[in-house]
Design a protein around this ligand. Structure first.
Ligand code: AMP
Ligand code: ZN
Ligand code: FE
Ligand code: FE
Length: 292
């Protein structure tokens, strides 16, 4: 069983459509794939249709932009009911915050004499529900200012760089409660990716677990072997589910090929059991992983 629980599509900032993602997963020899676009579930229906066609198990998820103790945290939410009113309202607010941030980034780039416009960013972003810095990066590539997304982040878009623009995010503890109330389970994505543990040390993770957190993503490309080992120690001690994934973005991110990290089957089983419990507690039918 090869299981990859974190991947993006053109519904957010990946480059494959949801259907193409699922086909690519089958091609890569995956048995189970989670679709986890940023802050949206709009790709689910199309992905599910293709999953049934090609025989890949599909876990419906999303990666929600949140804030915890002053720091940005990505929360993977698996199998929540996206029509839950409280969850839907928070996600709408996050998506509106994404839209509202684009003019600020464009203004800062224009101040650097780069001839970029909001309309151009929207055009290159296409029909995405979750516009983000990667789309600004794509327009900078198109304009010939940088060669790829990575250079755009390094020079302009990462925190501390001149075109960085903060945005609103949901409160992590509020979001955990909403995801659980909607019959889903929360897993912190790449807790130590690109930085030190900070607020997501053992104490922070234990606190989040007391607020409903079910798991942490351990095997992720942004974690070096030492981080993975240390996270695994904490996860084992706390009894958290521990996942692995590619965080695939199509051609938008190099070195994140589908299946480059995977989740053990017993960990997926624990996730599904926790989701079934959350669904039962919320009076919802158990959310099934979608099999062909
Ligand atoms: P945003 O959602 O606008 O905050 O942008 C965050 C997204 O940018 C995440 O999906 C990251 O995967 C992506 N990202 C961050 N740094 C880089 C990088 N150096 N190269 C490519 N993508 C990146
Ligand atoms: Zn992304
Ligand atoms: Fe992330
Ligand atoms: Fe991601």
């Amino acid at each position: 069983m090869r299981i990859d629980l974190h991947a993006h599509t053109s519904a957010s900032d990946g480059t494959d459509t949801p259907a193409a993602l699922v086909r690519a997963a089958a091609q890569a020899g995956l048995d189970v794939l989670a679709i986890t676009d940023h802050d949206t579930s709009v790709g689910w229906a199309s992905a599910a249709e293709t999953a049934a066609e090609v025989g890949v198990g599909l876990v419906r998820g999303m990666e929600i932009s949140t804030r915890f103790r002053g720091r940005g945290v990505h929360l993977l939410a698996y199998l929540p009911d996206p029509t839950h009113p409280g969850l839907a309202a928070e996600l709408t607010a996050v998506l509106e915050g994404r839209d509202a941030r684009v003019p600020g980034m464009v203004e800062r780039l224009r101040a650097l004499d780069i001839d970029i416009t909001v309309e151009q960013v929207r055009r290159v972003a296409g029909p995405t529900a979750a516009v983000g810095r990667p789309h600004v990066a794509d327009e900078l590539v198109r304009l010939g200012v940088v060669v790829d997304r990575a250079e755009a982040f390094d020079r302009f878009l990462s925190p501390g760089r001149p075109a960085y623009h903060n945005r609103s995010a949901a409160d992590l503890e509020t979001m955990l409660a909403l995801v659980t109330a909607a019959g889903g389970v929360g897993v912190v994505a790449h807790p130590w990716g690109r930085h030190d543990p900070g607020v997501l040390d053992a104490d922070g993770l234990a606190h989040l677990q007391s607020r409903g957190l079910v798991g942490i993503e351990v095997d992720h490309q942004d974690h070096d072997p030492a981080s993975r080992a240390a996270l695994r120690r904490i996860g084992t001690e706390l009894g958290l589910v521990m996942t692995g994934s590619s965080d695939y973005h199509g051609t938008g991110k190099v070195d994140h090929d589908l299946g480059c990290n995977t989740t053990p089957p017993d960990q997926l089983e624990r996730l599904l059991a926790a989701a079934a419990d959350a669904a039962a507690a919320s009076g919802r039918p158990a959310p099934a992983m979608l099999w062909p």
